[in-house]
Design a protein around this ligand. Sequence first.
Ligand code: TYD
Ligand code: MG
Length: 458
Amino acid sequence: MAKGKTATIFFCQNCGYESSKWMGQCPGCREWNSFVEETVSRTSGKGSGACAAQGTGRAQPAVLSEITVREEDRLSTGMGELDRVLGGGIVQGSLTLVGGDPGIGKSTLLLQVCRNLSGEGHSVLYISGEESPAQIKMRADRIGEFASSMFLLCETSLDAISDTIRSRRPEVVVIDSIQTMFSENSSSAPGSVSQVRESTSVLLQLAKGLGVSVLIVGHVTKEGTVAGPRVLEHMVDSVLYFEGDRHASYRILRGVKNRFGSTDEIGVFEMRERGLMEVQNASEYMLSGRPENASGSVVACTMEGSRPLLVEIQALVCHSNFGIPRRQTTGTDFNRVNLLMAVLEKRSGVQLAACDAYVNITGGIKVVEPAIDLGVVIAVLSSFKNHVLSPKLAAFGEVGLSGEVRGVSMAKQRVAEVEKLGFDTCILPYVCLEECSRGGKIRTVGVKTVQDVIDLVF
Ligand code: TYD
Ligand code: MG
């Protein structure tokens, strides 16, 4: 294509969907009013893949069986929770995206990582396009002492940043945030989809070509003309999202993509006066502040990656004053809860049709695993019957449409976690009972149907 030829394209700022004309709703992600006009140069973006980034010109095909794999060089971040989400540490020459709402603690987390890495003698460059050196210094003072191998650069031009990285060759680079960076190759405004992608492709070439590990901050934006981190998920090696309520002190870091390890791992942190602290025993943390002698509360066990996590499920079921009852969920899937209530009504004759129901998973965590079904069912029944359950009761299992309780994976680890936290009874799918028969103190009860649970507990 002719050099410098430009085109006008409309991009969805939420998911990066491209269109030649403006649309009210994005066909890709169903977001309303997210299209923004951008001028893109058609010559840019060519050869920005990882192979072209090696700088060796045209790549040659290789015999797959003859390719040797060496163990990736990983740098420990000095935080066990983060290392686990990354699959063991930061891989050399990798590109990692850390997304999250503004103010959730992304800059704080990465500054702490920089502190730990520079303390170990690694050279680190923290590049900020958002804050002044004095602002960053103020945050750094809250976190602690920094070694002299930690450098700071306040810059938004990627050409200048590339030159600095090429001349200084740091081992780790942090870009805070990608939405403030701009590359001269693209004429769009910083934060637009094409600019964010172009900037990421420059960083990708640097990471793969020079072997520097790059950590990118991406703000999740609810609206407006700033592109969200989702538009560059496909370009990076790992994607981590920071979740949690900004008003509460805990934060959950979730891995949603990882080319060097498993996804779905989570790390739990707490925001304190002096930065983010790791929460070692996440289950205990999630259960803190449980009400005593209250109906509608039960503990369920879910798996977060390789780790079992206990969560408290609360339900409030009351008589509805309207023709269409109100149902609401926090922290779990709304449709799933409605489905489970329909199963209870049809299979066990529990009259829930005229009841409002509110289901909440405490701790600010979002659980979509079907293994919490049994917990939801018990919590709803407990509130409906106003029956207070034993505080030392936990449950897990998937509930099917016929009211059957189905097996779930890693039952043994779940029971072990339930026992570790001092529970005395665990209700689980009958098919998992054999796997879990261990000589521990905990009483495991296998159930086959929802009716069995009702007979057993109520
Ligand atoms: P920040 O890392 O700036 O968020 P992000 O980069 O994701 O936008 O986090 C800012 C919040 O964290 C801010 O509200 C202040 C709070 N905070 C603490 O509570 N303790 C601390 O030690 C630090 C550094 C920040
Ligand atoms: Mg920040």
